[in-house]
Design a protein around this ligand. Structure first.
Ligand code: ASP
Ligand code: MG
Length: 434
């Protein structure tokens, strides 16, 4: 028997009608002969609403109680979906994260999965039931308390279950048709990618592509779980999970690509990210230990630094500038931490800029092709976009630009790498990007 795990995001189960639409997909997969495990998110904006509700009671809810509250959102959708599937004549059983065997550490609000013990799921599947699991939650090994995996964590639940159950495929259903060569909300000529490798998808997700959570892609890569991203709103209920052609398949190799027969495409896609800020440490002595002092202070404050650029020191002063980017939400604690070492490390000042955006071009083909940076930088130059910072990996080039230039920059790069489609392919069914 083949096993398919399907995950439906909040916009896919936003109301009763949506839940029934999802139930028809689940039933179709069952009728096609697959065992089916479904992971659901909370309906629509339920999680945000529950957070607001807690905020009206207290400004600092205990992590344990907040997790107890938020996990209720997924419970609502799992029970409703089980009812809807039953209405269609199939047996369905819902399980909370802890009933499904998702064992985590005790870090409330950002728990890590330590073990998946899906005995009850296996029993229910063997009895012929469709299994429906509440996403983004588990139970702490030590305290036995209910935990959540962090916002958007249902994707991770789905991939973790797919890995533990040895599923043939994990389908992630959302409100867009798959992964596009750029965000179709910014680049209307973006193309649907029929296939992309785990490593490329990881770079795209880690650098701003919102269609998948990077933690889920990392998990899928580590355990070799094949993913398929598709829309729950599209008119393709009969498209078999394993053999159908719609959506985007994410696999460990780029095998099965239909767009570029023999070789990896030069550039698979372009991600953008508006959530970062840039901090510059001005006039720091150019001597051993200076960078260590700065980044030790940042690490101590729990700041997750992304790009780092150090200028060549001006000979006259013997001082240099170090700039780095980090999530804008962490900028305040970073600045506080740096002020704490201002005297000991001897720098002259700090500059903070949150009007920045990051563009990343990703493609496995760039390994074997020179000139990708030249093409990107020329396209930006022709568009009049100034580059503030640059960083690269084997399969990615990222630049930081002024936030007001970001959309123009993404569009220019998309055109320069020949990614524009002739007709508009993207349909955005929901509004949230999740
Ligand atoms: N409902 C949770 C959230 O909105 C988890 C998820 O959607 O994956 O973050
Ligand atoms: Mg949600």
């Amino acid at each position: 028997m083949t096993l398919v795990v399907q995950k439906y995001g909040g916009s896919s189960v936003a109301d009763a009608e949506c839940v029934q639409r999802v139930a028809r997909r689940v039933a179709a997969a069952r009728e096609a002969g697959h065992d089916v495990v479904v992971v659901v998110s909370a309906m629509g904006d339920t999680t945000d609403e529950l957070i607001d509700l807690a905020g009206r009671i207290t400004s600092g809810p205990a992590g344990r109680e907040l997790d107890m509250l938020l996990t209720a959102g997924e419970r609502i959708s799992m029970a409703l979906l089980a009812m809807a599937v039953t209405e269609l004549g199939h047996h369905a059983t819902s399980f909370t994260g802890s009933q499904a065997g998702l064992v985590t550490d005790a870090a409330h609000g950002r728990a890590r999965i330590v073990e998946v013990a899906p005995a009850r799921i296996r029993t229910a599947l063997a009895a012929g039931s469709v299994v429906i699991v509440a996403g983004f939650q588990g139970m702490a090994q030590d305290t036995q308390d209910v935990t959540t995996l962090g916002r958007g964590g249902s994707d991770t639940t789905a991939v973790a279950l797919a890995a533990a159950l040895g599923a043939d495929l994990c389908e992630i259903y959302t409100d867009v048709d798959g992964v596009f060569t750029a965000d179709p909300r910014i680049v209307p000529t973006a193309r649907l990618m029929p296939a992309v490798s785990h490593e490329e998808m990881l770079e795209l997700a880690a650098h701003g592509a919102k269609v998948l959570h990077s933690r889920c892609v990392e998990f899928a890569r580590r355990y070799g779980v094949p993913l398929r991203v598709r829309s729950s709103f599209a008119d393709d209920v009969g498209d078999d999970p394993l053999t159908g052609r719609g959506g985007t398949r994410i696999t460990s190799t780029t095998e099965g690509r239909t767009d570029h027969a023999m070789e990896d495409p030069l550039i698979s896609g372009i991600a953008h990210d508006r959530s970062q800020a840039k901090i510059t440490v001005v006039g720091i002595p150019d001597k051993p230990g200076a960078a260590a002092a700065v980044f030790t202070a940042l690490a101590g404050a729990g700041c997750d630094v992304d790009m780092i650029v150090q200028n060549v020191s001006a000979e006259a002063t013997g001082c240099t500038d170090i700039s780095f980017t980090l999530p804008a939400s962490a900028a305040k604690s970073a600045l506080d931490a740096l002020k704490g070492v201002e005297e000991s490390s001897g720098f002259l000042g700090l500059r903070h800029d949150d009007r920045v955006g990051k563009l990343s071009v990703v493609g496995a083909g760039m390994r074997a092709h020179p000139g990708v940076s030249a093409t990107l930088f020329s396209a930006l130059a022709e568009t009049g976009v100034n580059i503030q910072m640059i960083s690269t990996s084997e399969i990615r080039i990222s630049v930081v630009v002024h936030v007001d230039d970001l959309e123009a920059a993404v569009g220019a790069a998309h055109t320069a790498f020949g990614l524009d489609s002739e007709q508009i392919e993207a349909v955005v069914y929901g509004g949230t990007g999740r």
